[in-house]
Design a protein around this ligand. Structure first.
Ligand code: KG4
Ligand code: ZN
Length: 346
């Protein structure tokens, strides 16, 4: 007790998971491939794909957990933030199940769930812990005092870290989502080949839009000595050749800068709060450069570092289930009149 079915549909993954007593029994994800050809997620297509996937995905999660719908003690869903049309599919499905089964409904905040993915493994961080949450839509530093008490102490003022990866990939002519591809090429390149500028942002906030612009100028000048200036010297052909011949070094250098921007702020947050339990979460926490550098920084600073298993880093329903479990313990149930929300601060 309790046995919870959780549904995630905030973006382009239709996912369902079952957990008992905070232990994950199943975690099923249907990734929508259709968006790759458009270079980004198309909201209307995402909603339609969720409609197609949701029944088989929930079925598969129940089967893999070896449980039936009628055994569930609660139904959980991602309420915010996300694409509104995508969220509506999961919300409506969960509400209908809750009504039909006469079981409580639990509304989960997607970003809180990313943080609590760190509580899935047996080895859990102690409270309070710091979490760097880095995804396609968000970049945040969160102080987590308990599973239901969190505070954002730093956030991006423009692009998210995942967006910086994806936009760089797009400029380089790589398909969406480009983050994992940049990671792959970066492993073969020299991170010190090109030095992209680090933004000078006060406090614990982040900025990535300047980096994107400097990459754009750098490529438009085909890596000439003018580097980051808005003087376009290269022809289309020269630019294409430059990218082709230096792809690994460009990816490694961009990745190194994104990672250093993230970790410098995380170090500042750890110093300011004195917290030694440090976690990461969100799709970008799958990045091998970030994982490696965080481990090194943790060793140097005496931190206890926690990184969720790969499958719990990118969007998934197991993180929704674990969050719902802690809400269930506090009897924090949602009204059936609840509706999803595209934006949600907390
Ligand atoms: O958390 P997530 O799955 O979805 C959102 O809630 O946004 O994060 C997706 C983001 C994308 O921007 C994707 O490019 C990035 O995570 N990502 C990566 C890697 N794997 C996923 N970025 C860099 N390196 C990776 N290995
Ligand atoms: Zn996410």
């Amino acid at each position: 007790m309790p046995l919870i079915l959780a549904i995630e549909s905030s973006c382009d993954e239709t996912a369902a998971a079952v957990c008992v007593d905070g232990k994950i029994l199943s975690n099923i994800i249907a990734t929508q491939k259709i968006h790759a050809q458009y270079g980004g997620v198309v909201p209307e297509l995402a909603s339609r794909a969720h409609m197609q996937h949701i029944v088989p995905v929930v079925d598969a999660a129940l089967k893999a957990a070896n449980r039936t719908l009628h055994e569930m003690d609660a139904i959980a869903f991602t309420q915010a933030p996300g694409l509104i049309g995508a969220l509506l599919v999961g919300a409506q499905f969960a509400k209908s199940l809750s009504l039909a089964l006469d079981k409580p409904l639990i509304a989960v905040h997607h970003m809180q769930a990313h943080v609590l993915a760190n509580l899935i493994a047996d080895q859990k961080p102690a409270f309070p812990f710091l979490c760097l949450t880095v995804s396609g839509g968000h970049t945040q530093i969160v102080v987590c005092n308990s599973p239901t008490d969190m505070k954002v102490i730093g956030k991006t003022i423009d692009d998210a870290a995942g967006e910086a990866f994806d936009k760089t990939a797009k400029i380089l002519g790589l398909p969406y989502p480009g983050g994992p591809l940049i990671d792959t090429y970066a492993k073969m390149g020299n991170p010190a080949a090109y030095k992209f500028p680090e933004p000078n942002i006060a406090g614990l906030d982040f900025s990535f839009s300047g980096l994107k612009t400097s990459i754009l100028y750098f490529l438009q000048n085909a890596g000439s000595s003018l580097l980051f200036k808005e003087v376009f010297t290269a022809s289309e052909e020269e630019r294409r050749k430059f990218i082709e011949n230096n792809l690994a070094d460009i990816c490694a250098s961009v990745q190194a800068r994104i990672v250093s921007i993230l970790l410098n702020k995380l170090k500042k947050a750890a110093d300011q709060t004195g917290i030694k339990y440090i976690c990461i979460a969100g799709g970008v926490s799958a990045n091998s450069g970030l994982r490696k550098e965080l481990a090194l920084m943790g060793e140097k600073n005496g931190w206890n570092v926690f990184i969720p298993a790969f499958e719990y880093c990118t969007d998934n329903a197991a993180m929704i289930a674990i969050t719902a479990y802690y809400k269930f313990l506090e009897k924090d149930f949602a009204d059936l009149a609840i509706s999803p929300s595209a934006k949600a601060e907390w």
